[in-house]
Write a protein that binds this ligand. Structure first.
Ligand code: NAP
Ligand code: MG
Length: 406
């Protein structure tokens, strides 16, 4: 049978440990037999990052700018232990952080909804996607502890321009924290969020505490509103989707009462916290989550939200069969290929990617064949708890049936 062609390549970033092993199994069984896969390959194995003084990570990031689409395997962020284990020159920075800095993106995390993995909130039926602004706020703040009463102010200075604001009188020992954000980054966050909502045909929520934070949060609210009206209102109307602004406490209460089906744009700190809460409440395992990064310029990267699954890897090296869930890795590929397909107008590739996602869902939902992590949270009955390769084979069998190849 003819393989599906690709007009343009995607950036393929290989990684470490168990996810690297599964990466090649997924390509061999679920992609290469069907698609004439065009990739520009960057090996982000920790040893290769070390050999290239991490240049390979920068090259991969730049390649995503050129080709617009990157698909990334999980990678080790080295700490002291890893430096010893792999005999590295130093503790290289997190590749995700490096690539994010190059692309300036917003991260979108969505649960892979299955009808036999029930959300902890029983009203939820459609995905809730958390869009986290990954810049500024308390992650890049200046803070200070003081030992006596006193006074403090925030001072801004640029050339002859000077602005300042006093804090209320400090009546005793305590702490101060000053955080900031930059308009350009907020505009990028807003655009990425609106674009993602359009791409997946979901409503967009944005929530802050602007009633209290009358300058800081209010600026975020203003920028979202302005961006919506100037750039997205017509597109949202055409797609029959909505943009809603809420106060953050109202949004939390509404999200629990809702049936899902929206993107929730969160400032950095709220996104950090709410994404863990929503993902655990929704699917109970990181291997049933997608993670996509979108930049305001339209650069795109997909990855699995989990790490390299180190503990499973050591067991695998000993020759044991491991039941690591490849779902998030498969979806990293399908989402990346869907993005490529949309950019290139490649309907065949797009349909194939959707079918592969359906084949995974069918395997877990209908055949009830699953890996251990899903069996732990799935509704009974569980058909079979299998190792990774058996799971991939079961997905392949379903895919072949769907493609009429069986
Ligand atoms: P991890 O790889 O996400 O694994 C933590 C635990 O979660 C595993 O031991 C396993 O639990 C469970 N798990 C994660 N993914 C799973 C899957 N696909 N199927 C089944 N179970 C899964 O996190 P980590 O062990 O803390 O980190 C390992 C390495 O990954 C570190 O070197 C870290 O730097 C790196 N990391 C990379 C990324 C990234 O590249 N995006 C993200 C996070 C961490 P059980 O052992 O109980 O089965
Ligand atoms: Mg968090």
């Amino acid at each position: 049978m003819d393989k599906i062609g690709m007009d343009n390549a995607v950036v393929e970033m290989d990684g470490d440990e168990m996810t690297r092993v599964i990466w090649s199994w997924v390509k061999e069984s679920l992609l290469m037999p069907y698609v004439d896969l065009k990739t520009e390959y960057y090996d982000l194995h920790v040893k290769h990052r070390d050999e290239t003084d991490d240049q390979v990570t920068y090259q991969a990031g730049e390649a995503i700018k050129r080709l617009k689409v990157g698909i990334k395997c999980a990678t080790i962020t080295p700490n002291a232990e890893r430096v010893k284990e792999y005999n590295l020159k130093k503790e290289w920075p997190s590749p995700n952080a490096t690539i994010r800095k190059i692309l300036d993106g917003t991260i979108f995390r969505a649960p892979i909804v299955l009808n036999n993995v029930m959300p902890a909130v029983r009203f939820w039926k459609k995905p809730i996607v958390i869009a986290r602004h990954a810049f500024g706020d308390i992650y890049d703040a200046a803070s200070l502890r003081f030992e006596t009463e006193g006074e403090a102010e925030i001072l801004f200075r640029h050339g002859s321009v000077q602005k300042s604001v006093k804090l209320p009188a400090l009546k005793g020992a305590g702490v101060i924290e000053a955080k900031y954000n930059i308009d350009n980054s907020i505009y990028g966050f807003a655009r990425a969020s609106f674009n993602y909502a359009l791409m997946y045909h979901l409503d967009l929520w944005f929530a802050t505490k602007d009633t209290i934070s009358k300058v800081y949060d209010a600026r975020f609210k203003q920028i979202f509103q302005e961006t919506f009206e100037k750039e997205f209102k017509q597109k949202f109307d055409d797609a029959s989707i909505h943009y809603n602004y809420y106060l953050i406490d109202d949004a939390l209460a509404r999200s629990v009462r809702s049936e899902g089906g929206f993107v929730w744009a969160c400032k950095n700190y709220e996104g950090d916290i709410i994404s863990d809460l929503v993902s655990t409440a929704y699917v109970g395992t990181l291997a049933l989550m997608t993670s996509e990064l979108m930049s305001p310029e339209g650069y795109y990267e997909s990855e699995a939200a989990h790490g390299t699954v180190q503990r499973h890897y050591y067991r695998y090296l000993k020759g044991e069969k491991v039941s690591t869930n490849p779902t998030a890795i498969i979806f990293a590929w399908t989402r990346g290929l869907e993005r490529r397909a949309k950019l290139d107008g490649n309907q065949e590739l797009y349909n194939f990617s959707l079918k592969l996602e359906d084949a995974v869902k069918l395997t877990i939902e209908k055949d009830r064949i699953m890996t251990q992590d899903v069996a732990n949270v799935a509704e009974k009955p569980v058909g079979a708890v299998v190792d990774t390769q058996s799971f991939i084979s079961a997905v392949k069998a379903n895919l072949d049936k769907m493609l009429g190849r069986a």
